[in-house]
Design a protein around this ligand. Structure first.
Ligand code: HEC
Ligand code: HEC
Length: 335
């Protein structure tokens, strides 16, 4: 019996060598990546339908800004996959210091912002309320007072935070928006592949995935989000600005820690939906994904990737473009 199984396995291997290569690639990929969960839960901010619905409204609410002109969606727009097509965008009072990343799947990262100066999505949203490059409100109280005058919000906050005596607070605004962001998960064909359907990717995308692993991109871009798990220096082999032609040089995490070894260190960004969120890098200095990939090879790996390698990797990266959840595909009607 045992012998028979062994022989048939060998035969199958001979008849379907392709299938074996696919299975090998799948096994290899599973060492570095895992499929997206349904949401990114938080013990501090449990996701409830009431909070998510309120958070969705607030995400599009211009009255959160000091001049009633800017919402989260101004810089994280649906049509740009919840990112911004501008290298840097104007906030209520000031230009943003860096390129706006996508908010899709962002809640799954180990920290927020390019230099990790925000702990989680709730912290990020809370600080946006008063930050001059975001909403520019003079105080938390001034936003709270504005919302307390809109009866529909009074009702929705009461439903979302039933235990709170005064539910309209800056902290609860941040919690509601955070809960909404925690549901912004975009599964793609890559998740199908990781779950075992090796036909979910085209031969070119599979070659790209294999190249992505073999040349060493996975050392930094790994996990559920293909990034968002660690900090790394941008420009290990050569200064990044030599290739990005950045106009000003950003010292990265050094701004937070003031430690010499944190100069030019940034969060490794997730690559989910990356094909939809140009321009690239922390300053939006590079417009094409092909160029961004080639630069990564050059400055992070000391490798001059060939045209074919770049093309295959880009094909793989495009397979990370996922579906935006139904409820987040159109802007809501605001109170
Ligand atoms: C004027 C433009 C602008 C507005 C308004 C804005 N953002 Fe952002 N957002 C940015 C930029 C730029 C960054 C990157 C900042 C950095 O890393 O220094 C960012 C970063 C983020 C991140 C971190 C993503 C990551 O991958 O690290 C999240 C989450 C986010 N914003 C959510 C929001 C929410 C929620 C709101 C509304 C409360 C909001 N943003 C309002 C421009 C904006
Ligand atoms: C040593 C760590 C490391 C390696 C290896 C690495 N990256 Fe990166 N990657 C980063 C960091 C850090 C950034 C953020 C750079 C910045 O500050 O703009 C980044 C940014 C990117 C971006 C831009 C994403 C965006 O949203 O702007 C792409 C695309 C990318 N990497 C692809 C790759 C590919 C493809 C490879 C392999 C050829 C690779 N990376 C290898 C660390 C790495």
């Amino acid at each position: 019996m045992k012998k028979f199984v062994l022989i048939s396995l060998l035969l199958v291997g001979d008849v379907f060598p392709k299938g074996d290569a696919d299975k090998e690639l799948l096994a290899k990929a599973k060492q570095f990546f895992s499929p997206l969960p349904k949401s990114f839960p938080s013990a501090d901010n449990p996701i409830t339908p009431q909070k998510v619905e309120l958070g969705r409204l607030l995400f599009f609410e211009r009255r959160l800004s000091v001049n009633d002109m800017i919402s989260c969606a101004t810089c994280h727009a649906i049509e740009y996959y919840y990112a911004s097509p501008a290298p840097k965008q104007m906030g209520a009072l000031k230009l943003q210091p860096r390129n706006a990343p996508t908010v899709l799947n962002a809640a799954g990262q180990f920290v927020q912002h390019w230099i990790g100066n925000r702990k989680d999505v709730e912290d990020q949203a809370l600080q946006s309320l008063t930050g001059p490059p975001a909403f520019g409100n003079p105080s938390k109280e001034s936003v709270e007072e504005k919302l307390r005058k809109i009866p529909h919000y009074v009702e929705l906050f009461r439903k979302a935070f039933p235990k709170d005596k005064e539910p309209i607070t800056a902290e609860n605004i941040a919690k509601a928006i955070g809960a909404f962001e925690r549901t912004l998960v975009t599964p793609s064909r890559f998740d199908e592949f990781l779950k075992g359907n090796t036909k979910a990717l085209t031969p070119e995308e599979k070659r790209g995935l294999n190249t992505f692993i073999e040349v060493g991109c996975v050392a930094c871009h790994n996990g559920v989000l293909v990034g968002g798990t660690m900090y790394q220096k941008f420009g290990i082999y050569e200064p990044y600005w030599k290739y990005t032609k950045s106009e000003s040089i950003d010292e990265g995490r050094y701004a937070v820690t003031k430690k010499e070894e944190d100069k030019y260190v940034f969060k490794v960004p997730p690559l989910r939906n990356v094909a939809m969120t140009a321009p690239y890098f922390h300053d939006g200095s590079v417009a094409s994904l092909e160029e961004a990939v080639w630069i990564m090879g050059k400055v992070q790996l000391g490798k001059d990737l060939t045209k074919e390698q770049v093309r295959d990797i880009v094909a793989f990266l495009k397979s990370l473009t996922g579906k935006i959840p139904e409820d987040a595909r159109t802007p809501p009607i605001l109170p």
